[in-house]
Design a protein around this ligand. Structure first.
Ligand code: GTP
Ligand code: ZN
Ligand code: ZN
Length: 231
């Protein structure tokens, strides 16, 4: 059975995911023709065009009003089948990571989180399992901050995820992308989606508001909800 190296890349909007993926693919000889990228987003995305312009086969999945990671997990099997049909040996998924509580990361499969060094030093502390459970954390836009800010950011990442390898990559020049390329060379492959498991169970979201309720009062709140404690 064909094996596919599946790599999940997640990070906040505009953190530099596409830039890093493009530079990484370019730095591995022959990868361009052997890999496919699928972008998961909520509302719209122009990433597919950027990949296509770079000669990379890409697709887009728009989650609409669903959490993009819930949408991801219900579609990853079809994405693997697509990659097989195209005879790729590598499938990269790029997720918007809008809801910081979910993560598309899968057990055994290489998991990468991309964070923007400009986003504030406490961003790592506010980022959930997509950072905490990543194997590699890529920090972009460090060209725009001081050495001290780079080191503080690295320290904050390590507080949340001490095991991850932290790589500083410039998404514009590609500086540092070769290190990531070497790491993906070690990534494991999978032959079918049935054996895959999420690293983290998705948070429950099942209440009247998920089903379209717009009225605010308590009488309209059915299902899972939690009340704020005010002192
Ligand atoms: N200065 C600087 N700019 C960067 C770097 N990496 C990315 N950018 C810029 O940041 C912006 C967003 O980069 P993208 O690669 O589109 O980010 P993304 O995470 O893929 O964005 P979405 O998929 O739309 O969420 C672009 O204008 C990039 O040129 C970097 O290392 N340094
Ligand atoms: Zn992108
Ligand atoms: Zn979510």
């Amino acid at each position: 059975m064909d094996e596919i190296r599946l790599i999940t890349i997640a990070g906040p909007p505009s953190s530099g995911k596409t830039s890093v993926i493009l530079k990484m693919i370019e730095s591995v000889e022959g990868l361009k023709c052997q890999c496919g990228v699928i972008k998961f987003d909520c509302i719209s995305s122009l990433d597919e065009e950027r990949y296509t312009q770079a000669g990379i086969t890409a697709q887009t999945g728009i989650a609409g009003n669903l959490c993009p990671d819930h949408y991801f997990v219900s579609n990853i099997e079809a994405c693997l089948a697509w990659a097989k049909e195209n005879q790729f040996n590598t499938l990269i998924t790029e997720s918007a990571g809008l809801c910081n509580r979910c993560a598309p990361h899968l057990k055994e499969m290489m998991a990468i989180c991309v964070l923007d060094n400009l986003s504030g030093i406490n961003t790592p502390l506010k980022t959930g399992p997509m950072l905490k459970l990543a194997d590699v954390v890529v920090v972009t836009k460090s060209d725009l901050v001081s050495q001290a800010e780079r080191e503080v950011f690295r320290y904050k990442i390590q507080q949340v995820n001490p095991k991850a390898t932290v790589l500083f990559i410039n998404g514009i020049t590609g500086q540092g992308a070769d290190k990531l390329a070497r790491m993906i060379g070690l990534a494991k492959s999978v032959s079918n989606a049935e054996s895959l498991k999420l690293r983290f169970s998705m948070p429950a979201a099942l209440c009247s508001y998920c089903l379209g309720e717009t009225r605010v009062g308590e009488d309209f709140q059915v299902g899972l909800n939690r009340k704020i404690k005010l002192s």
